[in-house]
Design a protein around this ligand. Structure first.
Ligand SMILES: NC(=[NH2+])NCCC[C@H](N)C(=O)O
Length: 298
């Protein structure tokens, strides 16, 4: 008799089959941030998941932040991190630290990917003129070298993908005067996904997904059409930090990305569980004509 556990494993692989077929050769942008970046075990898991996507024929691009790591280094050199309306105030010194820290994190990720036998190239938004930006004001206030993306030149990414490299991007770009700016990693992931016509954009963060009722953690929504996502915002159902995130998802879909997923990066292998199962594990936001795979009443 074959042990049921082994049969279940085969089942899992068979459930993955249609997704392996559907997303073959398709671009998947993964925004990697939050706690999953600080915990070494979670980090190794995320990287393994992305490497697996790559090896079965998807074209993943990682876009990462490093906010907590930047704050740690800012403190280490005796400076006080300052935030205005949730945005980091970035003077010249902070900008310099941010760039050094993000580049260091970037090369650590490249090393992890390379150690698993996949060739990775780490770049910033400056390389190949990927992210052109201008100064962002926060409610009219100057918060320093914080940038809003103006234009994306995806050529460097297209070339890397064509040559079978796994691109790993950190979101620092320059303006037309070649001054450096720190860019929000969610915004960068979203703009990049649009520019490369990604099939999927996946946000790995510290939240399970979108909730019907922000105060009830059992009300996680599995699938949402764009208009439902818009309605959640306009009806005031989503709160605080989720609004810009959900707005990014809506924008990405309106600009042609097929599906956007919000996942909890603290759950080991949430990326694989989302992409290779029918039900997924977080919230998937679909185009208006996107078919819902999973009906909550099933
Ligand atoms: N949160 C969800 N309901 N996700 C469904 C995921 C379906 C499928 N695996 C996909 O990647 O598109």
């Amino acid at each position: 008799m074959v042990n049921q556990k082994y049969l279940d494993k085969a089942e899992t692989l068979i459930e993955a089959l249609p997704y392996i077929q559907r997303f073959n050769r398709k671009i998947v942008v993964v925004k990697y941030g939050g706690s999953a970046m600080l915990d070494e075990e979670l980090k190794a898991n995320v990287i393994k998941d992305v490497v697996l996507l790559k090896l079965i024929g998807f074209k993943p691009i990682i876009v990462h932040g490093g906010g907590k790591e930047i704050s740690r280094w800012v403190n280490k050199v005796g400076m006080e991190p300052r935030f205005v309306n949730g945005l980091r105030v970035t003077d010249k010194d902070t900008m310099e630290i941010a760039e050094m820290v993000l580049a260091k994190v970037n090369k650590e990720l490249v090393t992890l990917v390379e150690s698993l036998g996949v060739q990775a190239v780490g770049i910033s938004g400056k390389d190949g003129g990927l992210l052109q930006c201008h100064k962002k004001l926060s409610k009219g206030e100057d918060i320093g070298y914080v940038g809003d993306i103006e234009k994306v030149n995806p050529k460097v990414l297209q070339d890397l993908l064509e040559k079978d490299f796994l691109p790993i991007v950190f979101p620092i770009g320059f303006d037309t005067n070649f001054d450096s700016y720190n860019i929000n990693a969610d915004d960068a992931a979203c703009a990049i996904a649009e520019a490369v016509h990604a099939e999927k954009l996946v946000f790995l963060s510290d939240i399970e997904g979108v909730y019907k009722d922000k105060d009830d953690p059992s009300s996680l929504i599995s699938e949402l059409h764009v208009h439902e996502a818009e309605k959640l915002i306009s009806d005031g159902y989503v709160g605080g930090g989720m609004i810009p995130k959900l707005q990014n998802c809506i924008d990405a879909i309106e600009e042609g990305v097929n599906r956007v997923h919000i996942l909890d990066g603290r759950i080991p292998h949430s990326l694989l569980l989302e992409i290779f199962t029918n039900k997924g594990i977080g919230t998937a936001i679909l185009r208006e004509d996107g078919e819902k795979y999973y009906n909550e009443h099933e």
